[in-house]
Design a protein around this ligand. Structure first.
Ligand code: NAP
Length: 299
């Protein structure tokens, strides 16, 4: 299959490109910088989702488009950063969909990233794809991002909005950030630790994207989370266990807010998200439990 990707140089994109190449797909990247490190098997066109229209040649032969690009959210949410986080996703997705509309032959499927941030802070409520959006900055970003992706549906394209949870992998994302304090024996629960964390092993997330390409019944919102979310206390215990380190030092919510401002919401918000759509379509998780996932990643 000819697949065009955005955001391919990021933590998830790199894993995904490697998997798609291994499965024999032809890949075209829309990237901001020509140096991707992928080598000659991967074609590239320059596209900055924020500021440019994508070149038609990057999309003309596409049989599927996977759209991951977006300004990192793990930074202090200054007014400028908020604008970049929002616009790189909303304006970027709008530009991509407008470019798809101009194609004489459109790809049948668009898989567009979203996040469990869509649900906001929801205490112990079980969240499924049909749950309404939450409140807060990230929920607003996800809502706007998904709305722009939905416009591709009106063009006859199957749109999958992948609401990803915390993707766990060694090479980036949240786990890589957490390892250092734990390895120094300084890790521990965040705030009360009662908040739910909806996580997914990065390999399962990559597999879910590949599964969504091939399974037409997946359409609309799809939660990209393991079937077994854990509280922060449970996650901390399992991480400490996998690293054979103590987890004694809890970090008060107030300290997190002082350090990171409103961005601390990323780790303080409680989201107990279940992957109903993926399970119903027959997707099988290789790492459904946090213990097995962390053991695999940290062994
Ligand atoms: N990792 C997670 O746990 C997680 C969870 C939920 C949702 N997500 C979402 O999934 C997507 C991919 O995640 P990731 O962890 O792979 O992200 P990442 O490592 O930050 O990579 C994102 C990619 O987006 C592009 N990008 C960055 N800033 C941009 C900007 N200002 N304007 C346009 N493009 C920009 C870059 O690609 P180029 O330089 O190649 O253009 C970058 O490689 C993101 O949209 C993220 O919000 C991730």
């Amino acid at each position: 299959m000819n697949i065009t990707l955005t955001g391919a140089t990021g933590f998830l994109g790199r894993r995904l490109v490697r998997r798609l190449l291994a499965e024999g797909h032809r890949i075209h990247l829309l990237v901001r910088h020509a140096k991707t490190g992928f080598g000659p098997d991967v074609e590239c066109s320059i596209w900055n989702a924020y500021t440019m229209e994508p070149e038609p040649e990057g999309l003309a032969d596409a049989e599927a488009v996977i759209h991951l690009a977006g300004e990192p959210v793990a930074q202090r949410w200054t007014p400028r950063a908020r604008r970049r986080i929002l616009d790189s996703r909303t304006v970027g997705t709008r530009r991509l969909v407008e470019a798809l509309a101009r194609l004489p032959r459109r790809p049948p499927v668009l898989i567009s990233a979203s996040a469990t941030g869509f649900y906001g802070h929801r205490a112990d409520e079980v969240l499924e794809e049909s749950s309404p959006p939450g409140k807060g900055f990230l929920a607003g970003v996800c809502l706007g991002w998904e709305k722009e992706a939905d416009a591709a549906g009106a063009l006859g394209i199957r749109v999958v909005k992948l609401r990803m949870g915390v993707a766990l992998g060694r090479e980036g994302g949240a786990l890589a950030q957490m390892l250092t304090p734990f390895q120094w024996g300084l890790g521990g629960p965040l705030a009360s630790g009662a908040q739910w964390m909806s996580w997914i092993h990065v390999e399962d997330l990559v597999s879910l994207v590949v599964f969504a390409l091939a399974h037409d019944q997946l359409q609309g919102p799809v939660n990209g989370t393991s079937p077994n979310p854990v509280t922060n206390v449970e996650f901390t215990r399992e991480l400490a266990r996998a690293l054979r380190r103590p987890s004694l030092f809890s970090v008060p919510a107030r300290a997190l807010r002082l350090l990171y401002g409103e961005m601390a919401d990323i780790v303080l918000a409680s989201q107990k998200v279940l992957p109903g759509a993926a399970l119903k379509a027959g997707f099988e998780f290789q790492y459904p439990q946090i213990r097995g996932a962390l053991q695999n990643l940290l062994a």
